[in-house]
Design a protein around this ligand. Structure first.
Ligand code: 4HQ
Length: 229
């Protein structure tokens, strides 16, 4: 999968995507991540990328012409135009279903806004999906883009290595995960549920299923609406 990112701060992406699973996916050629500086597409002598909002109001708005040039240039390289995603609190909220849908694409182009956001004409004419990572306001779309990249990349076949599969994790089946324990079996008198030490495979699986259901009921009842079982 190829992911292009349009941003005023390409340097913000160094770090989180250079470690662990994402690092290996990039090294193995499973994920091709390209960062593009939107300011390179400004044309005036001050290289401005934003301007005052029509109708007044606080802050600045990113210019449609600069963004459109940046996007067109990026789309002229590589194969296909990609699904263009703009990260914003006005978008549909990212969840496991949307992550899996995006992970099936050959190419994504992620647009990161700063200031009060981008000119709405860019959203209307150039953006395919507007996506939010949650109902709170950040200072820019860079962290949301990194969240999306991380979540999507783990679904690229082979990215998690041979053993692990994203099919065996939380939200598969729409439930939260059961609690996990490892050695030592007792620490400061803090014990591990007996059943997990019993070696009785059927009882263990039954306990895990109960825990998943009970946790979901208690913590995220919203996830239970519209499920089959
Ligand atoms: N922002 N989910 C404002 C977000 C955000 C979010 C990105 C801040 C866009 C202009 N993006 N800029 N929450 O708060 O995606």
């Amino acid at each position: 999968m190829r992911i292009d990112v349009l941003t005023l701060f390409p340097e913000a992406f160094a770090g989180p995507l250079d470690v662990s699973i994402i690092k290996r996916a990039r090294e193995d050629g499973l994920l091709d991540l390209l960062l593009h500086d939107v300011r390179a597409f400004a044309t005036d002598k001050h290289r401005s990328v934003d301007d005052y909002p029509f109708g007044g109001g606080q802050g600045m708005v990113m210019r449609v012409d600069v963004l459109d040039r940046a996007l067109s240039d990026v789309q002229e390289h590589g194969s296909g135009r990609g699904l263009v995603v703009y990260l914003s609190p006005q978008g549909e909220v990212l969840n496991d279903r949307l992550v899996r849908e995006l992970a099936r694409k050959d190419r994504l182009v992620l647009v990161c806004g700063r200031y009060e956001g981008v000119d709405e004409r860019f959203v209307k004419h150039c953006v395919d999906r507007e996506v939010s990572i949650g109902d709170y306001i950040l200072t820019g779309g860079e962290l949301p883009a990194m969240v999306l990249i991380d979540a999507v990349a783990r679904h690229i076949p082979g990215a998690l290595g041979d053993e692990a599969s994203p099919e065996e994790e939380s939200f598969v089946g729409g439930l939260l995960e059961h609690p996990q324990y490892t050695r030592p079996a007792e620490y400061k008198g803090w014990t591990v549920p007996e059943v997990l030490l019993s070696g009785h495979h059927a009882n263990i699986e039954k306990w895990k299923a109960e825990q998943r259901l009970e946790r979901t009921k208690a913590r995220r009842p919203d996830l239970l609406n519209g499920r089959e079982d």
